[in-house]
Design a protein around this ligand. Sequence first.
Ligand code: ATP
Ligand code: MG
Length: 381
Amino acid sequence: MILPDSTIGMLGGGQLGRLFVSAAHHLGYRVIVLEPDPYSPAGLIADEHIVAHYDDSSAMQRLSKHCDVITTEFENIPAHVLETLAISCPVHPNASAVEKAQDRCVEKTFIRSCGLLPVPYGSITTYSEIAAAVDKIDFPAIMKTARFGYDGKGQCRVNSLEEVQQAYNTFERQPCVLEQMIDLKCEISVILARNASGDSQCFPVAENIHIEGILHQSIVPARADKAIMQAAQVAAKRIADQMDYIGVLAVEFFISQKDELLVNEIAPRTHNSGHYSMDACITSQFEQQVRAICGLPFADTHLLSPVVMTNMLGELWDLSLDKPVLNAEPILNSGKSKLHLYAKREARAGRKMGHFNTLAKTTEIAQKEADAIFNTIKESL
Ligand code: ATP
Ligand code: MG
């Protein structure tokens, strides 16, 4: 067991890292962040911020020398970095688990190997594979770069062979997957923590509403079929077991109009759709990550109250000003919402700047309140 007063290394400096640092501090740990951006949200509050690239060898040496355990908040940390660090310090999750989530083709093959259904797709690694991929799926479809996509970036809707060819060229002929567009009934996600003994514990399933490929709200309890939600939790556990995963893992699912449960993607880290746990559960996903990687017992994850998490993107800031500001008053005035800001230096359209959790007796009331707050902020711009 790695007890409080020990030092945890965090690879990556984004908001997930920042919220982790804060949870680790509450439990009395120190955190060293390795992140190249000198003004990163996590680096700003870490006990030490090593400003260097993830694969900088002296930075890696310093991190592994001074940390008792190392974790990550970002799936694009090169796998060889995790492997090298793991020679001299425990690293959770393991390199091969993270690697599986870095490439959509590898990820989908892995999902199949777990006996689960990925979204129907064809992989395109050369121009000549386009025709075969188009044969495998029905239009409308969505073309996604195999690597480095996030928040709907590196994606393009396509309706014909010509559009697929065009998209492949637009993406500079990087490896891609062509996914069938699913007629969605609902999107859900499961966040779970798994420890070194192989025990895992799920958070309540979240129902996720996306706008233009970016998460807008998570609603908990989700309004999906109970049996399907249970199947999703079982599926997420199977994925974590197969990866020999230690830490917190998120799995995004699609539920089709025909009630099929499809795995959209795996995130080897805490997840935006789990932010509700910060205010609506005894334990947040970030504290659970600390517990899982340090070998502490898991804390309770049951839901204390219905909740709606609403993301705040840069659009909610007055971007016409030299120093854009957020009108936070509607959130602060509502006694039922909790504001979380990530201290990003610059507000930009599409950038995740913060979120607020709205608690109420029912999810309907919480969503009404959250929507009213959101609209008031938008209208005040
Ligand atoms: P993130 O990492 O933020 O989750 P991402 O860039 O990896 O995003 P995806 O999860 O692949 O993106 O897609 C983002 C959203 O776009 C999905 O949650 C869903 O709303 C929509 N979407 C993506 N692929 C499909 C599909 N095949 N059918 C229907 N909707 C889709
Ligand atoms: Mg996604």
